[in-house]
Design a protein around this ligand. Structure first.
Ligand code: NAD
Ligand code: UDP
Length: 326
């Protein structure tokens, strides 16, 4: 596929890695972002149109100004804990924004969409590895909001011929090996950046949210997947949509789970010093274990993660943190 790709939310953590990969592969890229959590500096030299995906008039102007081959939709509020406290903001931005974007695509005759979904659509796992057929019972409003969008995309695909791929990322981690971009949220809630800040002494002592889960060491287990591997899956999804109609969902992870304490230990090795931490209460909405089976993505998208070693993933994040002088 060639042509211009609209990357909504392209100034954010994962979106900016996507934008870099698209540009490296010769695509024209336009970013649409309200910069609520994204950063203009992350997409230097790329066309940025500032606006909110919930703003139909702004989208009409955008789609009128460019001819898009496909859309990637990274915009969302995406913090599990915050979603429990502020559910309406999550439904409004994540569901409302997606409806508004798909309506604009329809008005302007654009029929291919890659949507950022999440492991949070599943809830507590009923099997060791979570595949696409696993029951969906989100434990928090964030997961519910993403599942609602998946449902909507499937319905719109059936009724109106939209081609859509939902990529359910497990825990995005790491940073571009080429440097210059990485994870930067304020406040930062994600584990790996907080571990690195604690190790560097530029953030507070890490709080380990719960040590009484039914896991090997009592802390939550997650599947950390490198952000550049996620970006590569989106390219594969673009190709896939040229061949396949309808709505499709794929789980994207490494298939390996690491506990919070294991991440702390691996980060200690990468940084060369112990990570100061303390035990804290469980965080609302957190399932004990989330580990992906990505066999379907391997089969249908021809995608496999390339950066699978946890220390290598943390090393790439550490490189970015040092660039930030944390
Ligand atoms: P991020 O907050 O860094 O990026 C989101 C981007 O969308 C930001 O640039 C923000 O300014 C923009 N945005 C948000 N609401 C908008 C709106 N209404 N209009 C226009 N722009 C808007 O988050 P991220 O970690 O890069 O996540 C990207 C996507 O991937 C999200 O949809 C998230 O739910 C999903 N996801 C992330 C993870 C993860 O581990 N980070 C895991 C699973 C799924
Ligand atoms: N976590 C933690 N301390 C932190 C941040 C996260 O113990 O400061 C735990 C959190 O409870 C979860 C895991 O680390 O079990 C990954 O959390 P993160 O917010 O990075 O991603 P999520 O799984 O919520 O998408």
């Amino acid at each position: 596929m060639t042509g211009t790709i609209l990357v909504c939310g392209g100034a954010g953590y994962i979106g900016s890695h996507m934008v870099r990969l698209l540009a490296d592969r010769g695509f024209e890229v336009v970013v649409f972002d309200d910069l609520s959590t994204g950063h203009r500096e992350s997409i230097a030299n790329v066309e940025l149109v500032e606006g909110d995906v919930r703003d139909a008039a702004a989208l009409d102007a955008l789609f009128g100004a460019f001819r898009f081959e496909a859309v990637m939709h990274f915009c969302a509020k995406s913090l599990v804990g915050e979603s429990v406290l502020k559910p309406l903001e999550y439904y409004e931005n994540n569901v409302g924004g997606s409806i508004s974007l798909v309506q604009a695509m329809q008005r302007h005759g654009v029929d291919k969409l890659v949507f950022s979904s999440t492991a949070a659509v599943f809830g507590e796992p009923e099997s060791e590895l979570i595949d696409e057929d696993h029951p969906k019972s989100p434990l928090n409003p964030y997961g519910h909001s993403k599942l609602m969008v998946e449902r909507m995309l499937a319905d719109v695909a059936a009724a109106h011929g939209l081609r859509a791929v939902a990529l359910r990322y497990f825990n995005a981690a790491g940073a571009s090996l080429a440097g210059g971009i990485g994870e930067s949220h304020d406040p930062e809630t994600h584990l790996i950046p907080n571990v690195l800040k604690a190790a560097a002494g530029s953030g507070p002592r890490l709080k380990v949210f719960g040590t009484d889960y039914d896991t090997r060491d009592g802390t939550c287990v997650r599947d950390y997947i490198h952000v550049d591997d996620l970006a590569r899956a989106h390219l594969a999804a673009l190709e896939f949509m040229t061949r396949e109609e309808g709505f499709h969902a794929f789980n994207l992870g490494n298939g390996q789970g690491f506990s919070v304490l294991e991440v702390i230990q691996a980060a200690g090795k990468v940084v060369g010093r112990d990570v100061p931490y303390e035990v804290a209460e469980r965080r609302a909405g957190d399932p004990a274990v989330l580990v992906a089976s990505s066999a379907l993505a391997a089969k249908k998208l021809g995608w496999q993660p390339e950066i699978t070693d946890l220390e290598a993933i943390i090393e790439s994040a550490w490189h970015w943190h040092r660039e930030q002088r944390y």
